[in-house]
Design a protein around this ligand. Structure first.
Ligand code: PEP
Length: 261
């Protein structure tokens, strides 16, 4: 399985010129990494800038969105002000979408129910879903494990099994997001949790499918910690926030992913 390295630019950068610069610097390196699928998720206003330049399969570079609505235009004549449909994304050559990010849960009030509807609709429209989960804090009693299980079960509720082939789980402990690299989760803890997540997936979709779902880690991934987490964390890639806006750092992470077996 190829490593998946996903760039979550969040609400950055502020101008087109800078967006183009970051994209083209990453593209140069990403296109030389055959064992890595690089996915850039810029703010939606920049998606149309990049759609054409990544259409070639051999580039190993794909576009992702940071959000999508749960309805198709047919359900309400498109009367959903401010929202973006799955079809609009597909028309721009977008293959992936991030759903359930903790920042959208916190600042936009996205609930498990909304996230479930978004996942269902995105999968139904053949988008690959990067489903984010993760606890606010890691208590010694271990209740964060129930929290993670509930988040996964709620997000995937009543989704037909055949759609799970396009599902990716991004484990992002909230306490580790947007910190310095040294505050990222420890590789051995990521390993334990990746096993736990796979067990939860097993209960939802059975052995074969649950084994095939990529599990990624996100939370202050930087060039300094990427190799250890990838080697020892039992994950198939990363969701990278702040470091994905610094091409030199992100490209180092891509090279590490290419070199780790
Ligand atoms: C994120 O928010 O998805 C993320 C991983 O951010 P950072 O790498 O900045 O912690």
């Amino acid at each position: 399985m190829k490593k998946l390295i996903i760039a979550n630019w969040k609400m950055n950068p502020q101008g087109l010129k800078e967006a183009r610069r970051i994209f083209s610097e990453i593209k140069k390196v990403a296109s030389r990494m055959p064992r890595v699928e690089t996915i850039i998720c810029p703010p939606c206003v920049y998606l149309s800038l990049f759609g054409d330049s990544i259409s070639k399969r051999r580039l190993n570079l794909r576009l992702g969105a940071q959000n999508v609505f749960w309805e198709n235009p047919s359900a309400g004549g498109g009367a959903y002000t401010g929202e973006i449909s799955a079809q609009m994304l597909k028309n721009l050559n977008v293959k992936y979408v991030i759903i359930g990010h903790s920042e959208r849960r916190k600042y936009l009030g996205e609930t498990d129910e909304m996230i479930n509807k978004k996942i269902k609709n995105a999968l139904n429209n053949n988008l690959k879903v990067i489903f984010c989960i993760g606890e606010q804090e890691r208590d010694i009693e271990g209740s964060y494990l129930y929290f993670i299980k509930n988040e996964i079960e709620a997000g995937l509720k009543n989704i037909p099994r055949k759609l799970f082939k396009n599902l990716i789980i991004a484990y992002e402990p909230i306490w580790a997001i947007n910190k310095k690299g040294k505050d990222a989760d420890k590789p051995e803890d990521v390993f334990q949790i990746s096993i736990y997540i796979r067990r939860v997936l097993l209960g939802i979709m059975g052995k074969e499918l649950s084994r095939s779902i990529p599990i990624l880690y996100g939370g202050s991934v930087e060039p300094e910690n990427a190799e250890n987490i990838l080697k020892e964390g039992g994950v198939q890639g990363f969701l990278v926030g702040h470091a994905s806006l610094v091409p030199r750092d992100f490209n180092k992470i891509l090279k590490i992913a290419q070199s780790v077996k």
